[in-house]
Design a protein around this ligand. Structure first.
Ligand code: NDP
Length: 399
């Protein structure tokens, strides 16, 4: 049915490649390209069967990416490199009239600030070119938006309160490691928190608001209010929402180590001169931390990510909780990954499948919640991320 070009051969890229390779009736030809080609080759070898072509590309370089696209001629480019590459990859897609999909919104390198404005600004150019960009198609953002659209379509006349809850109750046995790219992860959690209430954004100190929340099959875990990018698109696309918050769990040891790193300046993104060379402390820290793709072996426990929503149906109060639990050891057995890479890579593959099979169509720049959630929800059950739901039960985030 189609050809996909996957950019980025980290933890998430490996899962996207594995999952696409397992559905040859949709993904006829697959190319995996990244800055370091040997990482692509290793993934391709593990998958086997000559299913994956590989290439080297610097995705910061539009010309290089355009050349690669012109050689391979994909129907869709899946961006699972870093958020820094979003704009150059969208530009390369425009120049070659190629559809685009990603899992994280753009961030400038020199400022820990992320919002959709830069990517939404491509709207008219994508429409004029007759191509589609699907933004934020991992788990959160991604499935969190699809869950919300599904709730809105089937269970609510009006949604009022949305809480996205993200728990990783796993143990990788390392002293300190992040589950996705360390630089992006640490930038995200050390910035101020923010949530949406009555049309305004309310800022908090980093990790200032926290409380225990109970997660299915896991129990209570301390959960911290963070700003997360899908809050911006979901409150825009579902304007009846009065309050939207995002919660993520962190263990005490993780927070203690992170505080020390922050206090000694290791998480700073301001360049310093070291032995005559300019370095960014956070990038140096990334170089000494384990790579997310290497964490899978021996990782125990599970993740639980979901949406808890309160609103109105047929004039009555309604609550709805929809979630997925994903077991680190099981996904390691399936494709050598840990659950955070897996829960991001599987939705990226399903989003690509939606575009290639015409279930999600149209032109322009769209967030996942703007499409029909039903075919995507069906594929989540089929491809490894089954979901559960509870209707009109007390919401754990409100207990
Ligand atoms: P990794 O750090 O493991 O992998 C990133 C990959 O991108 C590496 O292969 C890296 O190459 C490659 N890369 C970086 N810069 C370039 C460049 N200029 N040109 C080509 N390739 C490049 O990160 P993850 O796999 O954990 O995360 C990938 C993406 O997924 C990130 O954007 C992250 O924010 C997003 N994500 C989204 C989630 C969601 O639920 N929506 C959850 C988790 C992650 P090299 O190895 O050479 O450095």
């Amino acid at each position: 049915m189609g050809r996909v070009l996957i950019i980025g051969a980290g933890g998430v890229g490996a899962v996207v490649a594995h999952k696409c390779a397992s559905v040859p009736e949709v993904f006829e030809e697959i190319m995996l390209a990244s800055r370091t080609k040997s990482k692509c080759d290793k993934i391709a070898q593990r998958i086997g069967g000559n299913r994956i072509k590989t290439a080297q590309v610097d995705a910061d370089n539009v010309e290089q990416t355009v050349d690669l696209i012109n050689q391979f001629k994909p129907d869709l480019l899946i961006n699972v490199a870093l958020p820094y590459q979003d704009l150059t990859l969208m530009e390369a897609c425009l120049r070659t009239k190629t559809n685009y999909l990603d899992t994280a919104n753009y961030e400038p390198r020199d400022e820990a600030h992320f919002e959709y404005s830069w990517q939404w600004a491509f709207q008219k150019r994508f429409q004029d070119a007759g191509i589609l960009a699907v933004l934020g198609c991992g788990f959160d953002p991604g499935v969190s938006g699809v869950y919300t659209a599904y709730a809105n379509k089937h269970y609510f006349d009006q949604m009022h309160y949305l809480d996205i809850v993200d728990c990783n109750a796993g143990d990788h046995g390392k002293a300190f490691a992040t589950n996705f790219n360390p630089e992006i992860n640490i930038r995200e959690i050390t910035q101020n928190g923010r949530y949406y209430q009555d049309g305004k954004w309310i800022s908090t100190e980093p990790m200032e608001i926290h409380k225990p929340i109970s997660y299915p099959n896991i129990g209570e875990r301390e959960s911290y209010l963070l700003y997360h990018e899908e809050l911006e698109s979901l409150t825009k696309n579902f304007p009846t929402i009065k309050r939207a918050r995002f919660w993520m769990t962190f263990g005490q040891k993780y927070i203690t180590v992170l505080n020390v790193l922050q206090e000694v300046g290791m998480t700073s993104i301001q360049p310093i001169v070291y032995e005559g060379k300019e370095i960014v402390p956070l990038q140096f820290l990334k170089a000494v931390l384990p790579e997310p793709a290497s964490l899978g072996e021996g990782y125990k426990g599970e993740t639980s990510i979901g949406c808890q929503i309160r609103g109105i149906k047929d004039g009555k109060d309604r609550t709805y909780y929809v979630w997925n639990n994903c077991n680190h050891a099981e996904v390691y057995k399936e494709c050598g990954a840990q659950a955070v890479s897996y829960t991001t890579g599987v939705p990226a593959m399903i989003g690509a499948m939606m575009v290639l099979t015409g279930k999600w169509g149209g032109i322009g720049v769209k967030n996942v919640e703007e499409f029909d959630p039903d075919p995507f929800m069906e594929k989540l059950n089929q491809y490894g991320l089954p979901w559960n739901e509870q209707i009109d039960q007390p919401l754990p985030v409100e207990q």
